[in-house]
Design a binder for this molecule. Structure first.
Ligand code: DC
Length: 232
């Protein structure tokens, strides 16, 4: 495994991790990137950053002309850091806390159905992964953004388990939310993400499926490390 880790570091692979909300993508991706000394690319944060701008401009997700104009006046940069990328919108760092609200979650999913938004974000994401050595997390990493990725994973978990995990995360941030409300929000978002016409959430044909309902983060990351070693 140590040898495989060294080879993975030398080869600078592109690893994609897709899956629905609350499945543990972020935790697992960060942990895997840390173990491989790769950058962590959180593409959901990019959709959230655009959603935040749409909200600030008081635009509706149905206002295509308004969103197109907004995008034409927006600059979004991914600045490489030691362990990933920080995001700057219009030259200012984004406030992660402002991006992680339930309203922005739904708005991000709503604007993510729009081809203008997806096409605008595509080259930004691809540029970030160009040099390799990246663990990219999202919904269409293996299917659209990095179709030639070296190793593709798709995480799944029971919706009740995902809702409980998300409720726990919110509780740790001091937010008390009813389980039913968390689950309903997730189901609504997943249904939209899975059924949109362009780049829907679905496993890439070569993706390795991992069911995380009964697994700890360490177990999942350990499994991934083994699979990556086999791909080297
Ligand atoms: O991963 P997240 O919960 O931060 O993503 C927020 C929303 O952004 C998600 O509901 C759908 C959209 N998204 C997307 O369409 N494609 C991606 N690669 C990442 C996120």
């Amino acid at each position: 495994m140590v040898e495989a880790k060294r080879t993975a570091q030398a080869r600078r692979l592109v690893i994609t991790i897709d899956g629905p909300a609350g499945v543990g993508k972020s935790t697992v991706s960060k942990c895997l990137a840390g173990r491989l000394h790769y950058g962590y690319l959180d593409t959901g944060a990019l959709y959230r950053a655009i959603a935040w701008k749409v909200q600030q401009a008081q635009l509706e997700p149905s206002d295509l002309a308004g969103i197109e104009l907004l995008l034409s006046r927006t600059s979004l940069q991914l600045i490489p850091e030691e362990d990933g990328f920080s995001i700057q919108v219009d030259g200012q760092p984004v406030m992660q806390g402002e991006l992680r609200t339930p309203v922005i979650s739904q708005l991000a999913s709503s604007i993510a159905v729009l081809p203008i938004v997806r096409d605008w974000l595509l080259p930004i994401q691809q540029e970030a992964g160009k040099a390799g050595g990246v663990v990219a997390e999202g919904r269409d990493m293996g299917t659209r953004v990095f179709p030639g990725a070296d190793c593709k994973f798709f995480l799944e978990a029971d919706v009740n388990v995902r809702a409980k995990r998300r409720q726990q995360e919110l509780a740790e941030k001091g937010q008390s939310v009813q389980l039913n409300a968390v689950r309903d929000e997730m189901v609504e978002r997943d249904t939209r993400d899975r059924n949109r016409a362009i780049d829907p959430l679905r496993p890439a044909p070569q993706a390795i499926m991992i069911e995380t309902s009964q697994e700890s983060v360490d177990d999942v990351v350990g499994k991934m490390m083994g699979i990556i070693a086999d791909h080297l």
